[in-house]
Design a protein around this ligand. Structure first.
Ligand code: HEM
Length: 444
């Protein structure tokens, strides 16, 4: 393994700017460990994993980035911190997601082969082409213009119902928890409406989703894995039953259409149902944990920038741009992982086939080489970000998440002009899927 010095990495970055690829070039190399103090990385990562670190991870990312755009992780693998390198790895065919074959090659390592982790390896996020391409195509363009137009009315209704509830709580107790009353409920209600899942299942789905999310943590603890495994079992039971029931009552709905499609693709009904279970289960969990963080974080960030909030009240047409800045400034997913499909060189580091890189999306979104004044929250900012990933695994539900956020914010600024946050949000000590568990608000 070869590590480059910081100046060499910077030289490489400059060279890259002049058109040299990120992979396949070593400008110069020096002895392993010469610039990266592994103890500093461990200490920064421990800070990042704490609730305090989660309340503002960006100074920690800046410290990591000061060590280089690619930083060797003390537990193996690498942390990728710059926008360009993260973007490149997400799009390059030299990098794949850690699928079932890769997991099997890791031997009996609990982290990768726990039941919850194995469950994820069969979902879209864990598949590689050609299976990934085929499954993703089977869903069609799920949030095309027509579908989004059709969903706007029910999503607005859901937002208004939840805001009615928020208003009621504010009237009776003067304070309410936005995260639990609205943030977590809205994505559950929206995805359930779209897939026709009963409202009575929302609490179960939320709790199973939180549990399974722990399997996607950077370094899940034993107890987190145990929780994730239990959730994985619950999700299997739940969605197997959903598909069984829907098969018996095929109708004019999205899930019924997918069942019909898969019956044409896959003659073995058991295999078709197994695929459907993974597809539907993952779409539901991917939509809930992420969007709830976006919705609550949006309220928190705008509360911290009252000038922006006031301006949006008189310029509601700019709300979509403000939502985009929330997704850039503090995306719900901060980390995703890829493995090398062949021996390669990334930003001067020699990386062997099957080695892991952690794509630090949150850090990439604050890379000063890509975003001007990255730590400034600017609702009029334009340009691209990695909040929804990139390449073939780019978020399939981005348009729905944006719709929910825009609809909610439009209604919120109109109906609650004096809403204020009373205390900083409570963050779970997680690194990959950020989770905001409480956000207390009042009206002043
Ligand atoms: C603010 C909300 C959301 C954020 C920030 C988000 C973020 C992401 C990111 C970063 C990825 C790529 C992961 C990777 O490359 O490993 C992803 C993939 C995915 N997302 Fe989302 N997501 C959100 C909402 C949704 C919604 C609403 C749905 C479904 C309705 C959804 C379904 C999916 C699926 C199925 C994938 C896997 C796609 C694939 O592997 O081909 N997401 N999402």
């Amino acid at each position: 393994m070869i590590h480059t010095s910081l100046s060499v990495i910077r030289a490489r970055r400059d060279k890259h700017a002049r058109g040299v690829g990120l992979e396949g070039v070593i400008v110069e190399s020096v002895a392993a460990g010469s610039i990266v103090d592994r103890r500093s990385v461990v200490s920064l990562m421990s800070r990042l994993r704490s609730s305090r670190g989660q309340s503002n991870p960006y100074p920690i990312y800046a410290e990591l980035r000061a060590m280089g755009d690619v930083v060797p992780a003390p537990w193996g693998g690498y942390l990728l911190l710059s926008h360009d390198i993260c973007d490149h790895v997400l799009r390059s065919k030299k990098w794949s997601t850690f699928d079932a074959e890769w997991r099997a090659r890791q031997g009996d390592v609990n982290r990768w082969n726990a039941p919850a982790a194995r469950q994820l390896s069969q979902t879209l996020q864990g598949l590689n082409p050609p299976v990934h391409t085929m499954q993703r195509r089977s869903l069609g363009n799920i949030f095309d213009r027509f579908t989004l137009d059709t969903l706007e009315e029910p999503v607005s209704r859901i937002a208004d119902t939840l805001l009615d509830r928020l208003g009621e709580q504010l009237r009776t107790t003067k304070e309410a928890d936005f995260a639990t009353t609205v943030g977590e409920e809205m994505p559950a209600a929206t995805i359930s409406h779209w897939l026709r899942l009963p409202e009575s299942d929302h609490d179960l789905l939320k709790s199973l989703t939180h549990g399974q999310g722990l399997a996607q943590e950077l370094l899940p603890s034993k107890s987190q894995l145990a929780q994730a495994n239990e959730a994985a079992e619950g999700l299997r039971t739940y969605f197997t039953e959903v598909i069984r029931e829907r098969r018996q009552n095929l109708g004019d709905d999205v899930l019924s259409d997918w069942i019909r499609t898969w019956d044409e693709i896959e003659p073995d009904r058991a295999l078709a149902d197994e695929t459907l279970y993974h597809l539907v289960m993952f779409i539901v969990i991917a939509s809930m944990e992420t969007t709830s963080t976006l919705l609550s974080n949006m309220v928190w960030l705008l509360d911290q920038h009252p000038g922006s909030m006031g301006w949006l009240r008189s310029h509601p047409d700019r709300i979509p741009q403000a939502v985009e800045e929330v997704l850039r400034y503090d995306p719900p997913i901060h980390l995703t992982t890829r493995v090398a499909t062949e021996d390669t060189i990334l930003s001067g580091f020699r990386i062997s086939r099957d080695e892991v890189v952690h794509v630090m999306l949150g850090a990439a979104n604050h890379d000063p080489a890509h975003h001007t004044d990255p730590d400034t929250f600017d609702i009029l900012r334009t340009g691209s970000h990695l909040g929804f990933g990139g390449g073939i695994h780019y978020c399939i539900g981005a348009a729905l998440a944006r719709l929910e956020a825009v609809v909610l914010l439009k209604s919120l600024v109109r109906r609650f002009p004096t809403l204020r946050v009373t205390a900083p949000p409570v963050w779970e000590p997680r690194v990959a899927f950020r989770r905001l568990t409480a956000l207390h608000v009042t009206e002043r």
